[in-house]
Design a protein around this ligand. Structure first.
Ligand code: SF4
Length: 58
C-alpha cells in the first residue's frame, strides 16, 4: 500500500534528491544519500505528513 498523498513537502525540503512527477508524487533518486544531504533527508522523512518515507540503513 502506498501512503504518499502527494503533498510535495519532501521535494520542497530536498529538491536535489527528490523531484515530483506530473501528479505531485515523489521521484526519489536511488542509492545512498550523499552525506551533505543526510540532515535534510532526515528532516524530510520526519516531516512527511503521511509518514510515507523511510530512510534505510545501508
Ligand atoms: S512522500 Fe510525504 S511529503 Fe513526499 S509527496 Fe508523499 S506525502 Fe508528501
Amino acid at each position: 500500500m502506498i501512503s504518499c498523498e502527494g503533498h510535495g513537502v519532501c521535494a520542497d525540503l530536498v529538491p536535489e534528491w527528490i523531484a515530483l512527477d506530473d501528479w505531485g508524487y515523489p521521484l526519489i533518486r536511488e542509492g545512498a544519500v550523499p552525506v551533505p544531504l543526510l540532515a535534510r533527508v532526515r528532516w524530510a522523512v520526519s516531516n512527511c505528513p503521511a509518514l510515507a518515507l523511510r530512510l534505510a540503513d545501508t
